[in-house]
Design a protein around this ligand. Structure first.
Ligand code: FBP
Length: 275
């Protein structure tokens, strides 16, 4: 990691990355509960919230929509991704070059690495090329470090997640995105072995406001620097309200309870104004 290389996508050394590559990674099924979320403009608008330090999208969305948002949104170029229809050993196609992403105004790159996949060697080599090109362009480097493949499909054990965290440091990421390993101790282990890279927690499938904010609070107390979240934000009818709460926990060191209090008082103010 190069000191300060992540500054484009952090605020006070913390990050709240909004990820919206799900149309590629999971397909339109992720938009079913909140149909408006299928419209990229809806989610680009959400990404203008002050709490969001960067917005992670693939090339197609960036080309088509980012020009209208470049003053209000920091672009994190998610360079690789593969559809859910791919049934082979975990792999991710590199769909976007660093040069093209830089031309479009991206300030950081995002790259998925599946440690443990039979394709790990090629993925590490692709990451090397992207990481070095990002350095040439002074762009931050965020690794989606998701061990999976033969023998450890979707493994979130403490040792696997600590290994995922360490891979980001070893391979040259500035920020490494890992799944929550299920406990504060396991999260702390993952943060402890990350050296000077920052760890952000993946949001995962949608949970209640309280459950989600409490998990984020636990992750932050364990040493995480923030969150890279998709579904837990855009699958809500009121994503802005949750971002208000996340802002409290990530940037203001507040507890989940305190954040929920801020969210409910903002809601009652809105109700009074609309009466
Ligand atoms: P979520 O918070 O919705 O999980 O989004 C984070 C993310 O990493 C996305 O960038 C990506 O599309 C998705 O999760 C991948 O999920 P999975 O690893 O389950 O395929």
């Amino acid at each position: 990691m190069i000191s300060g290389a992540d500054s484009a996508v952090t605020r006070s050394d913390k990050a709240l990355i909004l990820a919206y590559d799900h149309g590629l990674e999971h397909g339109p099924i992720d938009f079913e509960d909140v149909p408006a979320s299928a419209d990229p403009e809806t989610v680009f608008d959400v990404a203008t919230h002050d709490a969001v330090t960067a917005f992670a999208v693939g090339k197609g969305l960036a080309e088509a929509y980012y020009p209208s948002y470049e003053d209000d949104v920091t672009l994190l170029a998610k360079l690789n991704g593969t559809s859910n229809m791919w049934m082979g050993e975990p792999d991710s196609a590199v769909n976007w070059s660093v040069e093209n992403a830089a031309d479009l105004g991206a300030e950081a790159i995002g790259f998925t690495h599946y440690g443990g996949s039979n394709n790990e060697v090629e993925m590490a080599e692709e990451f090397r090329d992207a990481q070095e090109a990002a350095r040439d362009h002074d762009m931050g480097v965020v690794m989606w470090s998701y061990p999976r493949g033969q023998g450890l499909k979707n493994d979130t054990s403490a040792s696997t997640i600590a290994y995922a965290s360490r891979l980001g440091l070893e391979l040259g990421a500035d920020i490494t995105k890992i799944k929550y390993p299920g406990s504060a101790d396991a999260m702390q282990w993952a943060c402890d072995v990350a050296g000077n890279t920052k760890i952000v927690m993946s949001g995962g499938s949608k949970t209640s406001d309280r459950e989600f904010l409490e998990t984020v609070e636990t992750a932050m107390s364990a040493g995480a620097s923030g969150l890279a979240v998709g579904r837990n934000v855009f699958q809500r009818e009121n994503p802005t309200e949750l971002l208000d709460g996340l802002e409290q926990v990530i940037f203001e060191d507040k507890t989940a309870d305190e954040a929920l209090g801020v969210m409910s008082s903002a809601e009652s103010r809105a109700d009074t104004t609309s009466d």
